[in-house]
Design a binder for this molecule. Sequence first.
Ligand SMILES: [Zn+2]
Length: 259
Amino acid sequence: MTPDRLDRFARHIVLPEVGAMGQAKLAQSHVVLIGMGGIGSPALQYLAGAGVGRLTLVDDDVVEASNLQRQTIYTEADIGKAKAEAAAAWVKAFDPALEVSVHVLRINRDNAVSLITGADVVLDGCDNFATRLAVSDACVKAGVPLTSAALGRFQGQVANFAGHRAKNGEGHACYRCFVGDAFDAEDCDSCADLGVLGAMVGMVGAFGAMAAMRVLLEGVSALGDPQWGHLHVMDGLKPSLRTMRIARDPECKGCGVPA
Ligand SMILES: [Zn+2]
């Protein structure tokens, strides 16, 4: 690392849980972010801040005025622009050393595998189950770990999934093991109907960024304990945090191994 990069990441490098090795790994890592909304915005800010070297941003939406209450990466000047493009512009201004690529499209069953292949982790902060299931199945197929970060009103849910490792007999659950098949057809943006508190979704996004960093640092430094299949559930109203283990579903059509 050059002296200016060492200086930029000095507060990470002195942390024993990250260290110089961890920082170097982050710089070599590639994260695909699905959804550049209320979860994706702070997640991107912290991953870029952490010096994750390569970022791929996927979103088909445009910035609206009603997004600014929680989607921290955008300003009024971005209204009407594609979110993924505006977010990439933010990255380039924030740290020109980071490589950022953009896909202004909706990720689905047909394109998901090609969009995520080769990534070190996918951080899914999108707003609907159908997309989440398509992304999860693609992660299993492409052998890519998945960080899932989601919010329903004041309940946040963050987990790392290694469904691709189920094939190696390790028995890790995938996201589909967790939610089942019932939501494949569901496609709704519930924020508009139910409301969402900006700071609450910000907590979930930041938690998701840290979960993704755990994946990136696996085998490198002490923070690299992905806690596969542990679902962290935040209640923002109390507030409280509890953690539950997601069991692998042997019948799961996402990660199931044909007998
Ligand atoms: Zn599964």
